[in-house]
Ligand binder design. Structure first.
Ligand code: TYD
Length: 134
């Protein structure tokens, strides 16, 4: 769950950021989705993934992500389009404090598969403990 500073290509017209397989992400992109129009005081996430890896970027507005790999939860404030977090598998994520204009873009290593979700926090802790001891 590394924070990544994405390279900004700027000229006198403005700025551009590229996300490209193996250039700045360690996986091939199979899906992109974005979360927007999040209502006031709503939090999202509350799950981990068995295999999925994701690169998450707040392309507009801001939000706070809590990432927990079972060792120590870390807060990331995502408030600029060149800050990304790489979220590997078996990381519990929660998103809080969405600004009204927040557009949270997620670049994912796999297509959508509900079977990859771990939505039960105690199951997540059990899987993490097993992974740490294997
Ligand atoms: P969910 O992953 O639970 O959202 P969040 O983690 O942000 O709270 O997804 C919300 C709904 O959207 C859920 O019914 C599944 C559906 N969904 C898809 O159909 N395809 C997708 O790629 C994603 C991410 C979600």
């Amino acid at each position: 769950m590394d924070a990544i500073d994405l390279n900004v290509i700027s000229d006198d017209r403005g700025s551009l950021i590229t996300i490209e397989k193996y250039l700045n992400i360690p996986f091939a992109i199979r899906r992109i989705y974005y979360i927007f129009g999040t209502k006031e005081d709503v939090s999202r996430g509350y799950h981990a993934h068995r295999d999925l890896q994701q690169l998450i970027i707040c392309v507009a507005g801001s939000c706070r992500m809590t990432l927990d790999d079972g060792v120590k939860p870390v807060n990331h404030i995502l408030d600029r389009p060149n800050k990304a977090v790489l979220v590997r598998n078996l990381v519990w994520r929660e998103m809080h404090d969405f600004s009204e204009d927040c557009v949270l873009m997620v670049v994912a290593s796999e297509v959508y598969d509900e079977r990859d979700y771990i939505r039960d926090h105690s199951e997540f802790l059990r899987l993490i403990r097993n992974a740490q001891h294997s």
